[in-house]
Structures are given as structure tokens and as C-alpha cells.
Design a binder for this molecule. Structure first.
Ligand SMILES: Nc1ncnc2c1ncn2[C@@H]1O[C@H](COP(=O)(O)OP(=O)(O)OP(=O)(O)O)[C@@H](O)[C@H]1O
Ligand SMILES: [Mg+2]
Ligand SMILES: [Mg+2]
Length: 548
């Protein structure tokens, strides 16, 4: 075992710290002129599995009563053995494929030893030496930046989560909740390819969206199912990478970006000082001062005494198993992005809006993504190929529908408006049978009174169908005419009434003072409750003036 250990230690890959600096593309930042910031992130994401990694106990949520989902193995009773949960492996594989990693057909588990009250067995089972997947990549898009940043993924490994300890300073006691002990996690380690707090934030958001899209994790930072350790170093431009400091356990993108900014400033202050030597440290982030603080230096770093777990064999993966997973992968956010831009001509900004909505959709446990009908599918259905103008569809969906939902404190997941109903509403507006104002009212009405009726039916019930855009010469009688002609007659009628009600304004118009036109149009719009088309009303007034 010793021999194996030594060999493995030597095999651990090195980072590109030794890259000759001229090979590196430097992204300059006016906030710290002359310096280059280098960031690498270790992300711990909870696997969206019903059961834990090595036991039958259920994975807990934040609302579960403490110490209720604990098997004897999770509590480290002597003689209990781990049994690898295949669902967790499948979820790890989904994430690995989405991150374009090379899946390792042979991987194994190691024990990482340390003593702390939240670790009942005194070691954590992880994949230190032979991880599940290696050498992946993730394209990160930053708003308002034309070029994306490619972040290499060094490895993805499966590991256990620890229990949760809560310290009470008043009584100087700690409470331990074993619900989390043994929950399946994946650690996703990036190469040091990020160059600013914003890039780091965008990386975590992109990763979060991808993990959610494939159902591997719900990536909820507030609830602790996605946590980051951030490594930051600073060097003078043209020089090799600086010494990294690792900031542990960041659980919000905002705090992560603040922690990086504070750390960059600290490194630069040291580099500008008479003793410009940054010490390698593990640091924490103080959410009150928005500054990082020292937890331990490299010299104090624990020796984890890694060893292969003797109770777990090699994890062997067949090509068939990988192919089955591959065949059930949904379209990934970056693939959706490309498709929406190239086939619908949407802007990056509009695509971002749809992708953000999509990443918030609820994916069921254990990664079954087939059931979830997300906003992208909703958008695709509305466009019907390109039968409807994608930009018009986007506007109705992202601005009007979402705006209404937000006003009701709802999300897209609460949407009761079917694609047929919204499609018909868009068509009625395009055909000028509904004015924009009436359509918005109708949308609000259907959302308040969810039903399965067609939009035209509800529009008729609510008397919202428009007066026609153009009008024939006035008729003496409307008896026996079609509904359209009746509408046309109705528009003439309102316009005539408006002119009769405002003789002074009509005189002004005849005298060429066109400024009063809006007053008459406004009267007609009010009288028709927004159903008339303002341009048609204006044209109709002009026609009637000419005739008299
Ligand atoms: N010079 C550097 N500047 C910033 N980040 C770096 C630098 N060199 C390496 N990194 C990043 O540090 C991280 C190292 O993570 P890794 O899991 O391999 O090791 P570790 O932090 O030593 O171990 P542990 O998992 O126990 O925390 C990676 O994300 C890598 O990109
Ligand atoms: Mg790590
Ligand atoms: Mg680390």
C-alpha cells in the first residue's frame, strides 16, 4: 500500500504555475494596473440524490429535524461498511459529461484523515488520487464582453459531506447534526484560469446553471448545496504566478466576489511593501467587515495521511453505462445559447434572460430531467419554428408575461398561461385584432382567472377585440352586417361622437392647428377602452374632415 501511495503522490498533476509567462494571455484590469490576478475555484456541489453516498439514509434538506436521517454507517459505528450508491455515480457522470471531462473508467476512493467534531469516523472518503473525471472545460460568458473565457476543469471527484456543527459562544458548546454526514458531494476543481472577481462570479453562476440543467445538483448556495473555496494569487504582469491563498467555504456569489477583491488588495499591499512576500495561507471571509482573515498558514496545514479506502474497491465504468447517461443528457445551456442566437437571431442579452429563467426551473431528484418543461421549450413552442417573429415572442414572454408574474410575486414556474393561449394572443395583436393595451389587459385577466378557453373566446367575452385598422365609408345602417363590419361601424360611430362632442377642436383642426388632434384621438381611445388603434382613429378623423 505504501508503494502505491508514493507512486500516486508523484502522479498528482501540477498546475500551469510554471507556464512561461510569454505564453499566457494577460487580461489587464484598470483597477490594479501592472498586476495580474489569478483565481482557481474548488466547488463542492451536493449531489441531487435521494440517498447518501455510501448509505441508505435519506439526503436531508435544511428544514429536516436534526439527527433524523442518519444510518449507523453515517454515525461511524464500528463494523459498519460503505456501499456505493450508483445514483450518485450517475449524477457525477452527468456533471462530468456536461463539463466535457474525460471520464475515468477506473477510479477509486481514499480516506482523508482529520479530527473534528463534525467528522464522526475521523476521515472523509474522497477521490484524491484517481478521480471520476479529469480534463474538462467550461465556457464562461460575461455580460457586455464579446469574448467568452474558457476555464479548464482539472478534475471532478466524488466525496462525502461532513456533519454540521453549530457553536454557541454563550454556553461554549457545539451542537452536532449528523443529517448531512455522508451526503454525496462532488468537488469540481478548476485550473487557475480566472482573472477577476467578475469572471469568478460568472464561472460559478455558469457552473450552477449547468449542474441544474443536467439535474446533478440543485446548486443552491443559500441552502449550502453549493459552496466554494477560492484560490487567489497576484503577480506583476510578465512574471510567474504568485503564491496562492485559499479562502474557504464561501456560500454566495456576492460574498465570493467581495472576498476575492479584499484578497487582491491585501496581496497588492504586501507586494508594494518593503518585504513583498505573500505567505501561502488558508483564510476565511468575514461577512461583516467584507475582509478575509487568516485561518492557518501552510506550515500549519494538516497532514491528511491519505490512504486508499480498504472497504471500497475500484469503481469500474463500462462504455455502455457512459453511453446510456450520454443518451439521456438534455440540451445544455451553452448549446441552447448557440441555437437561440443562430436560429432565432436573439441577442446575447435576451438569451441570458431565458437561460437564467431556465436554470431556475425545478429538476426532479436523481437527475431525471425529462419531466421538466422549462422556459426554453415554452419559447420554442411559441415560435413554432419561425412562424412567429422570435423577437416579438421574446418580448411577450420575457417582458409582458414575466413582468405580470413578477408583479404577482410569482416565478415562471407558477405560470398558468398555456403556450396556445399566449401564441393566440400574440397572433391577435399581430393581426391587429387586439391593441397592445387590450392584449396586456387580457394577459392580466387570464392570469387572474386561469382557464383553458381560447384567447379569442376570452377577448370576445371581455369585449376587447379591436375596431378595425381601416374603415370603409360610413353606412347609414348596421343591420344584417358581419361582426367585422359591425366593429368598423362602431369605430366610425365613436369618432363621429368625438367630433360632435368637441366642435371647437374640430374647428381648430379645419384651421390647420393639428396639435388638437391628440385630444380627439384621446377621447376616442378612452371611449373605446383602448380597443381602437390610435393611427386608424387619426386617419379616420382626417378622412371625415375631408368629406365634410
Ligand atoms: N497560483 C495560483 N493562483 C490561484 N489559484 C491557483 C494557483 N495555483 C493553483 N490554483 C488553484 O488552486 C486550487 C487547488 O485545488 P486542489 O483541490 O487541487 O488542491 P488543494 O486546495 O491543495 O487541496 P484541498 O482539496 O484539500 O483544498 C485549484 O482550483 C487551482 O486552480
Ligand atoms: Mg480541493
Ligand atoms: Mg483547496
Amino acid at each position: 500500500m505504501l508503494v502505491r501511495l508514493c507512486l500516486r503522490r508523484r502522479c498528482t498533476p501540477h498546475y500551469s504555475t510554471r507556464l512561461i509567462h510569454s505564453e499566457r494571455e494577460v487580461r489587464k484590469d484598470p483597477r490594479w494596473p501592472g498586476y495580474e490576478v489569478v483565481i482557481g475555484i474548488e466547488t463542492h456541489a451536493q449531489l441531487k440524490s435521494r440517498q447518501k453516498l455510501f448509505s441508505h439514509a435519506l439526503t436531508s434538506g435544511p428544514k429536516d429535524t436534526p439527527n433524523t436521517n442518519v444510518s449507523v454507517f453515517d454515525a461511524a459505528f464500528p463494523g459498519t461498511l460503505p456501499k456505493l450508491n450508483p445514483k450518485c455515480v450517475d449524477l457525477g457522470l452527468r456533471a462530468s459529461l456536461a463539463l466535457k471531462c474525460e471520464i475515468q473508467k477506473r477510479s477509486s476512493f481514499d480516506r482523508k484523515h482529520y479530527f473534528y467534531s463534525d467528522l464522526p469516523s475521523g476521515f472523509q472518503i474522497t477521490q484524491q488520487y484517481a478521480p471520476l473525471a479529469t480534463n474538462g472545460s467550461l465556457e464562461v460568458h460575461l455580460p457586455d464582453q464579446p469574448k467568452s473565457v474558457r476555464v479548464r476543469i482539472k478534475q471532478l471527484q466524488l466525496e462525502q459531506d461532513t456533519a454540521k456543527s453549530t457553536f454557541h459562544p454563550r454556553t461554549l458548546t457545539s451542537q452536532i447534526d449528523l443529517n448531512r454526514a455522508g451526503t454525496g458531494l462532488m468537488e469540481i476543481v478548476s485550473e487557475p484560469d480566472l482573472r477577476s472577481p467578475e469572471e469568478a462570479g460568472a464561472y460559478v453562476r455558469t457552473l450552477q446553471a449547468i449542474l441544474r440543467a443536467v439535474g446533478a445538483s440543485d446548486g443552491n448556495m443559500e441552502e449550502g448545496s453549493l459552496r466554494c473555496d477560492v484560490n487567489v494569487s497576484v503577480n506583476r504582469i510578465g512574471e510567474p504566478f504568485g503564491t496562492r491563498c485559499e479562502i474557504k467555504n464561501l456560500n454566495s456569489v456576492k460574498f465570493m466576489m467581495a472576498a476575492i477583491t479584499s484578497e487582491i488588495r491585501r496581496h497588492i499591499d504586501i507586494l508594494n511593501s518593503p518585504t513583498p512576500v505573500v505567505a501561502q495561507e488558508t483564510r476565511g471571509f468575514d461577512e461583516n467587515t467584507f475582509e478575509t482573515f487568516k485561518l492557518r498558514s501552510k506550515e500549519d496545514a494538516p497532514d491528511y495521511r491519505y490512504m486508499p479506502d480498504p472497504n471500497l474497491g475500484t469503481l469500474l465504468l463500462s462504455e455502455e453505462r457512459i453511453q446510456v447517461i450520454e443518451s439521456t443528457m438534455p440540451e445544455l445551456p451553452w448549446q441552447i445559447r448557440q441555437r437561440l442566437i443562430t436560429s432565432y437571431g436573439l441577442s446575447e442579452r435576451n438569451v441570458d434572460t431565458l437561460l437564467k429563467l431556465d436554470s431556475a426551473k425545478d429538476v426532479p431528484l436523481d437527475g431525471d430531467t425529462t419531466a421538466a418543461q422549462g422556459p426554453i421549450q415554452y419559447f420554442d413552442t411559441l415560435c413554432e419554428g419561425k412562424r412567429r417573429d422570435p423577437k416579438v415572442v421574446f418580448n411577450w414572454m420575457a417582458h409582458e408575461l414575466l413582468g405580470q408574474l413578477t408583479a404577482r410575486k410569482q416565478t415562471f414556474q407558477n405560470n398558468t398561461l398555456s403556450t396556445q393561449q399566449l401564441a393566440e394572443l400574440i397572433d391577435l395583436v399581430q393581426e391587429k385584432q387586439l391593441t397592445g393595451t387590450s392584449a396586456k389587459y387580457l394577459l392580466r385577466h387570464i392570469l387572474s382567472n386561469p382557464n383553458t378557453k381560447s384567447t379569442r373566446e376570452v377577448a370576445e367575452e371581455q369585449q376587447l377585440l379591436s375596431f378595425p385598422p381601416t374603415s370603409p365609408p360610413p353606412t347609414s345602417s348596421t343591420a344584417g352586417v358581419t361582426p367585422e363590419a359591425e366593429n368598423e361601424g362602431a369605430l366610425d360611430d365613436v369618432v363621429l361622437r368625438a367630433m360632435a362632442a368637441m366642435p371647437k377642436e374640430v374647428e381648430a383642426l379645419r384651421a390647420g392647428r393639428m396639435g388638437v388632434m391628440n385630444k380627439i384621438v384621446g377621447w376616442v381611445m378612452r371611449e373605446s377602452r383602448g380597443r381602437a388603434d390610435a393611427k386608424s382613429v387619426k386617419e379616420q378623423i382626417e378622412r371625415l374632415l375631408e368629406r365634410r
